[in-house]
Design a protein around this ligand. Structure first.
Ligand code: NAG
Ligand code: NAG
Ligand code: NAG
Ligand code: NAG
Length: 288
């Protein structure tokens, strides 16, 4: 049997069976090679680089008070706002960086509350408390309470808080609850969306805690490992994660957390300050 092909000039050319088979084999090989390249280039994207950060410096803390850090945020280049403690000793305060990390404006919370993440939104301090799922708003100069509300959300507990303005310049508030979810709220604290976070191999992420939004990415700690995840909120995938196990000094006499509890973005230098429960220092790092 012979196969006939029409050329544009309508001249009929014909190939025998062997030639057609050869052409088919070449086509199949070409498809195979392109698919292999495609898969390989995708699996390159799948790789994370946990050491892709630079340690800039270690900042020793003046730690005359207990420092069970739960949340951390830069107010401006010389002040941090920090939440600390468990039930019965929760507090929120400023850390003055011009005065050797001196603690200022200590506000002690009611015994029933365990303070969690802290953020500055539209000129006010916002912080959460863990089991009661409360959100407190405070004056940015004095830290005096302005308002408190119970979050009307079906969450396990309230842990981390951060925010950004979307392309529409609309405020989005992010909250974690110690699961794999990010809750996105509007300025009235009403739920708009829930993002389920996963690694790009499909494995789920656990125990999301302290969060900080910077450079279009949500950075999140977990209370299982000394890592920070960089999450793309558009698709819910972890873009990369950073492993800080080398930065935890277990030789200290204090009981310190083996995970990150404070993530603060310093816009002026495009750097992050990280800390943990009872860490007597902050680490300044550049995340790539
Ligand atoms: C930073 O914020 C604190 C607290 O609101 C304020 O007292 C201080 O003057 C501010 N510093 C700068 C450099 O803006
Ligand atoms: C942008 O904001 C306006 C009102 O401020 C709203 O009507 C509109 O739906 C928003 N668009 C998106 C995509 O969020
Ligand atoms: C998926 O990726 C994460 C992060 O690299 C890893 O911890 C996890 O074990 C992976 N899961 C599977 C099923 O390979
Ligand atoms: C987040 O994911 C979306 C959709 O996959 C992509 O278009 C965007 O560039 C990503 N953003 C970042 C900061 O990686």
């Amino acid at each position: 049997m012979r196969y006939k092909f029409l050329k544009p000039n309508k001249r009929v050319i014909s190939y025998n069976r062997n030639q057609v088979q050869q052409m088919l084999i070449i086509c199949v090989l070409a498809i195979f090679v392109s698919l292999t390249f495609l898969i390989l280039s995708q699996s390159n994207n799948l790789e994370y680089n946990p050491n892709d950060y630079i340690v800039i410096r270690k900042i020793e803390r003046d730690n005359k008070v207990h420092l069970e850090t739960q949340g951390l945020h830069f107010l401006n280049c010389s002040y941090l706002v920090e939440s600390c403690g468990q039930n019965e000793n929760s507090e929120i305060h400023y850390v003055n960086l011009e005065l050797q990390t001196t603690i200022k404006n200590r506000v002690i919370l009611d015994d029933i509350y365990q303070v969690q993440g802290v953020d500055v939104i539209d000129g006010k301090i916002f912080h959460l408390t863990r089991r009661e799922k409360m959100i407190f708003l405070r004056d940015i100069e004095t830290l005096e309470e302005l308002e408190n509300r119970k979050l009307n959300l079906d969450i396990k507990e309230s842990r981390g808080i951060s925010h950004s303005y979307n392309k529409n310049n609309t405020l989005e508030i992010y909250i974690t609850d110690g699961t794999d979810k990010i809750f996105i709220l509007d300025s009235d604290l009403l739920l708009k969306q829930i993002i389920k976070v996963q690694f790009n191999n499909g494995s789920s992420v656990q125990s999301l805690s302290e969060i900080e939004f910077a450079n279009e990415v949500l950075y999140a700690s977990t209370d299982l490992y000394p890592i920070i995840l960089a999450i793309n909120l558009t698709d819910g995938y972890v873009k990369n994660y950073y492993d800080f196990s080398q930065l935890i000094d277990f030789s200290l006499d204090k009981v310190i957390s083996s995970f990150v509890c404070g993530i603060a973005y310093k816009q002026e230098d495009d750097l992050f300050w990280i800390s943990g429960k009872n860490w007597p220092f902050f680490w300044e790092v550049e995340l790539n």
